[in-house]
Design a protein around this ligand. Structure first.
Ligand SMILES: Cc1cc2nc3c(=O)[nH]c(=O)nc-3n(C[C@H](O)[C@H](O)[C@H](O)COP(=O)(O)OP(=O)(O)OC[C@H]3O[C@@H](n4cnc5c(N)ncnc54)[C@H](O)[C@@H]3O)c2cc1C
Length: 414
């Protein structure tokens, strides 16, 4: 059971007698990235994760990773180990249904060598887990379950069960990296704003007959956007968005019928398709926590915000949260500040909350503008895609957002 701060009274305790400086609750990609970022900070980190490490790798999902994510992980994480197992894309192609007008972005538009990457969950998390094995300041509690958190004035106490034992960790800061339904956020009484979309997502991996040529494409259909992300080998991750009932039908219809539809929607570019995974259905929501922090608690990743998967931004935002928080905590530690103090944590909130809001608004705009078949909207979106083709500065701006190159970059990549 989680307790709210007001229910607890503080007892004096010297900081030296705390078990650690930071407890990260949730050892997913965002939680693990934060721990990597604190490798040389001198801070003692514990990670609590309810799944065994091998089980946590089992999620069948792939993510579009922005250029900025690549830069962050190459400075604070195992990018050299990740890169051979993921694909790099050199073209992004946007189009409206089967309308012939196509917008193609290339690295020349941005002056970079590539436009992004696509990585599978097990490749990313597996490399992070391995990297953390060599970090002597990081200790895992896994599988372990948090049963209570008490926030006191000068420290927090995290109660957990691990291998049938009950443990209490005294720490200066607790970080919630426990995903969209964050129990820590809810127990702390941090309200959220947002809405559930009228659509759900169906995600799957497919085998393609023709090579994907490292092109990532997004096609906008009246039911919602469809993203096709190139994976190593002749494989792609497909994410379709559709109103709930339609999404359910797409998940349950016969595989042969579904593949025919997909071949039509990919315009025959990838040839005959085969399903390599189940079709997973996800609800879609936009959510922003009203606060990312309170005394002795910080939220990162999906615990702090969630967005529509169009444009593939959710995990990338979480990785930027992790890099920003690592930078702030390391700086505070060097200045001998209390890392769980609100004054320190506020620097993180001020930095990340507004930047994430821009991405939430961007993905919401994309979904609203590029779904539906109301004629004036169809005309407007075809016109705006045409504009993207013609106006260089617009292309550049859209690409900066898509590749994560907006906002204040963490110091590690400046
Ligand atoms: C269909 C779909 C496609 C997507 N595509 C992309 C994409 O292309 N690019 C992109 O950037 N994003 C994408 N996203 C978003 C992305 O999946 C999420 O933003 C990302 O997984 C969030 O990572 P996280 O580590 O914050 O949370 P999670 O991945 O949810 O990890 C949370 C971790 O906390 C653990 N945990 C849960 N509860 C507790 C607890 N009580 N105590 C301790 N630990 C706990 C879990 O076991 C897990 O390990 C997509 C999402 C969907 C649904």
């Amino acid at each position: 059971m989680f307790l709210k701060p007001s229910q607890i009274s503080a007892e004096p305790l010297s900081l030296g007698s705390l078990d650690c400086d930071l407890v990260i609750v949730g050892g997913g990609i965002v939680g693990a990235t934060l721990a990597c970022g604190l490798k040389n900070s001198g801070l003692r980190v514990r990670i609590i994760e309810p799944q065994r490490q091998v089980e946590a790798l089992n999620r069948r999902q792939a993510y579009a990773l922005t250029l900025q994510t690549g830069r962050i992980l190459s400075k604070i994480g195992p990018w050299d180990q990740i890169l051979p197992g993921i694909s790099t894309f050199h073209q992004i192609s946007l189009s409206d249904g089967d309308h012939p007008g196509i917008v193609e972005f290339t690295p020349q538009d941005l002056g970079t060598e590539e436009l992004g990457y696509v990585g599978e969950h097990h490749v990313l998390l597996g490399a992070l887990q391995e990297y953390l094995q060599d970090c002597s300041n990081v200790q895992w509690h896994c599988p372990a379950h948090v049963v209570g958190v008490h926030y006191l004035e000068n420290w927090a106490e995290v109660e957990l069960t691990e291998a049938g034992e009950f443990l209490t960790l005294r720490t200066r800061l607790v970080v919630a990296a426990d995903g969209a339904r964050s129990e820590l956020r809810q127990a702390a009484g941090i309200p959220t704003r947002g809405w559930k979309y009228w659509q759900s997502c169906i995600a799957m991996t497919i085998q393609t007959e023709k090579p994907h040529n490292n092109v990532a494409f997004e096609r906008f259909w009246p039911s919602g956007p469809m993203g096709v992300l190139p994976l190593p080998g002749n494989r792609c991750q497909v994410v379709l968005t559709a109103p709930h009932a339609q999404a359910h039908d797409l998940q349950t219809m016969a595989a042969s019928e579904f593949l025919k539809l997909l071949e039509y929607r990919t315009g025959g570019l990838l040839g005959k398709l085969e399903l390599l995974s189940d079709r997973h259905l996800f609800p879609v929501q936009l959510m922003q926590s009203q606060r990312y922090i309170q005394s002795r608690l910080a939220l990162v990743g999906d615990a702090a915000h969630c967005c529509h998967p169009v444009g593939g931004q959710g995990l990338n935002m979480g990785i930027r949260d992790a890099a920003a928080l690592a930078q702030i905590l390391q700086g505070a530690q060097e200045r001998r500040e209390d890392i769980g103090n609100l004054l320190v944590l506020r620097r993180y909130e001020q930095w990340r909350q507004s930047e994430n809001l821009i991405i939430l608004a961007f993905t919401d705009f994309l979904d609203r503008m590029f779904s539906g078949d109301w004629l004036p909207k169809v005309i407007l979106r075809r016109w705006s895609l045409g504009l993207l083709n013609r106006v260089k500065v617009l292309r550049y701006l859209a690409l900066r957002i898509m590749t994560g190159l907006i906002g204040r970059p963490p110091r590690v990549i400046q």
